[in-house]
Design a protein around this ligand. Sequence first.
Ligand SMILES: *Cc1c(COP(=O)(O)O)cnc(C)c1O
Length: 345
Amino acid sequence: MEFIDLRSDTVTKPTPEMREAMAKAEVGDDVFGDDPTVNRLQEMAADMMGKEAGLFVPSGTMGNLAGILSHCQRGDEVILGKKNHTFLFEAGGISVLGGVHSHQLDNQPDGSLLLSDIEAAIRPDDPHDPITRLICLENTHNRCGGTVQTPEYIRQVADFAHARGLKVHLDGARLFNAAAALNVSAKELAGPVDSVTFCLSKGLCAPVGSVLCGDREFIKRANRMRKMLGGGMRQAGVLAAAGIVALEKMTKRLSEDHARARNLAEGLSENRNIILDAGTPATNMIFFNLAPGVKLSTSQIEEKMKTKGILVHASGERRFRLVTHYWIDDKAVDKTVAVFADVLQ
Ligand SMILES: *Cc1c(COP(=O)(O)O)cnc(C)c1O
């Protein structure tokens, strides 16, 4: 059976055009800097982010880790949100592998951090304290609902940080979704920060990879970190070729996913057993809770939906996150609404 897979946009398979580009890609040993396709992807990515240089990495997790370790020494502290992916879902890598201490702040409902909270978190120059070095933001904010951070907010945090000698890293796994939703360029969102990671492998449909961007000196350090973490790849142009198609073509169509997410949410809003989050969807993610009357458990619902050809994934107790992407068309949206009506009646 061909499933309608709403568990995540990470399930996207490469498009036929990507497969073709991968088959034809010119390659070389990228650890020697010899892969022309990787080099081209890195230059394109840097240009789109308004940065001097880019580094192709196997995952967003490695992009954030190599980025943070390139900003921080052991014993330094990074200020980030309690609901940020780097804090919740990256296996504690910054602490385990980098000796970087995390200072966690409450995220506002839209995923942002309050400047007053950041200010209060900055450490004094005192031997009792770790050294505040970095602030991490996330855009779109995954756990907070796929919410967007505006260019104005990002500029404000960056100016605030730079005035205090701090750096800013942006986890922009879905930065192009934020750009599409705000109708701004990725450059406007990433321009103010010192470094940014974005994923090619989510809504952009590439099979593997993320790009970390920053200034040349920073990327030189990050390249050593990538090697240390085991992320130095050889003929990676086969993967980068799909990434180039992702940047050229797929970044331009993300608003279609957002429109389908809105249609899906509208359809589900008619279901009295589904309580949508206020404001959902901000981008390509829909979050909802089950109404108190629903007797089925989330895993029973997952199972029933699956037998009807739809894959969904609970994101908490009595809570679901549905994600639209390239492989979800209008028919899939209609069928999902109908099957939910049937399963949750
Ligand atoms: C998916 C994701 C990552 C990590 O990317 P992987 O490629 O899965 O390692 C980082 N940050 C956010 C916000 C994400 O959604």
